[in-house]
Design a protein around this ligand. Sequence first.
Ligand code: ATP
Ligand code: MG
Length: 301
Amino acid sequence: MKIAILSRLPHCYSTERLVQTARERKHEVHVLNYNQCYMQLNPSKPSIFYQGKELPTFDAVIPRIGASSTFYGCSVLRQFEAMGTYTINSSLAITRSRDKLRALQLLTRKGLGLPTTVFSHSSHDIKNLIKLAGGTPIIVKLLQGTQGVGVMLIEKEREAKSIIEAFYQLKASFLIQEYIKEANGADIRCFIVGDKVVASMRRQAKAGEFRSNLHQGGHADMVKISKKERETAILAAKVMGLKVAGVDMLRSSRGPLIMEVNSSPGLEGIETITEKDIACEIIKYIEKHAKSTPPHKKIEA
Ligand SMILES: Nc1ncnc2c1ncn2[C@@H]1O[C@H](COP(=O)(O)OP(=O)(O)OP(=O)(O)O)[C@@H](O)[C@H]1O
Ligand SMILES: [Mg+2]
């Protein structure tokens, strides 16, 4: 098959592993920086150009679109879809999961657990917003944050009120969330390919920290997940329409609670810790589905 990997980072671990595995399995693979792709919208022959040349037809694309490039990356991916190219994650599914509020709304509609989350456009009733999130301590999360930056644990109501007020003043987008204390600074990452959890790991925050992100000094190890956690992760990816996903969950006294469903989960940490060949799972999934998916189904999530 002829496979395109849409990535801005040809030399990052995840991209290199996908390239290497696809080649080992005798596929032709090209890494395309989607930010350098441009397109001609044309009902009879939609096309994409790259480095001055029109791109040939690919059998499959693997989108690895960075959070800061969702808009343009998904536009390029939509053009591949318009050309009838199979994509392992559709532009629609990626767009759904990237909007954290929309994603959480979709998950609750399917009855999946998540920390109680409060969102408001106006600063009129901050006291009640805090109450609706279960009262202090609460978590305040900037929507554009990543790697733990912009996630705050606020212990006292007075502080919560003034921080939230300041964020409204700054016109920041943020969620207010119930603090899951019993998670003890740990979260679970389940890596989904198709409708299976192919690997999972637990990330634990360093002492005195509630955020488990490796960038905040956390560490990761292997974990055995429960049946309920497995089912929750699989359903969460399904609700988003993602075939490759990293589902992050907190272990709470009322069961697994989803924090996020990531559409371009990294391979390095989880392959290293679990010694699972996730790149191979992804390529094998494409081999099985790219050719057999009829064109009208290719653009569905
Ligand atoms: N409601 C919560 N209760 C307890 N701990 C939480 C809660 N929300 C987040 N955390 C902790 O903070 C960490 C960072 O939060 P989150 O994953 O939402 O943000 P991020 O990592 O900055 O964003 P992203 O995952 O989108 O890159 C989580 O991994 C988890 O350990
Ligand atoms: Mg996170």
